[in-house]
Design a protein around this ligand. Sequence first.
Ligand code: FE2
Length: 262
Amino acid sequence: MRILFVGDVVGRPGRRAARELVPILREEERPDFVIINAENSAGGFGFNRRSVKTLFECGADVLTAGNHTWDKAEAFEILDEDDRVLRPENYPPGAPGHGYGVFTGSGGHKVGVLNLIGRVFLGTFDDPFRIGRRALEEMRQETPILFVDFHAEASSEKQAFAWHVDGLASAVIGTHTHVPTADARVFPKGTAFQTDAGMTGGYEGVIGMEKDPSLSRFLTGFPTRFEPSGRDLRLDATVIDVDPESGRATGIRHVQKRLPEV
Ligand code: FE2
């Protein structure tokens, strides 16, 4: 079976790229299950009803989030109402929503999806290593096909986690840096890994935001307003093949699609 994972969708331009390019990818790759990281899908920070609706209409089975989970007030209700929208599981107990679940994809396969957030350079959260492993072991009772979106700044933390669950998770894919890494591979015990999936949005910018405000913040230290970049729209995704009986990954590759400039 095949999983398609789409990297962080950034704002309205990212949603446009997703709307136009995810259906093309689904046609070409024929995935059984589609996961999209939605944490930057509303204005570049957080998600709202409109952005979530658009991403489900593109064909997502499950949406994941990250450090911008709480940026939009609607997120609280969405997380309560819709099981298919996940936020990192290792927020402290009491936070709204949940971070993992088993879902049935269009191909009929049961897929466990877990969203985690890293602690290095990102904030104080509960331990993703122990909490993540426990969630995977619990879902493993139901299905061997287990996918992890590890939202983190540090490559080291994402790689270390993948080794921690090699042979337990089918795939551990990093998000958050918005830069796709050229290290997609299958670990010895069968876990597919990529340090970062990249992003879906405007490549003419700084990690998906317009370049001038970002540059000016670096030059002056003065706070500036960030808007998503609408130029050079691309979609970064990762395609993972999994043996549905054992849950072991048999292949992983990065794919990038680009919208023609108008
Ligand atoms: Fe992030």
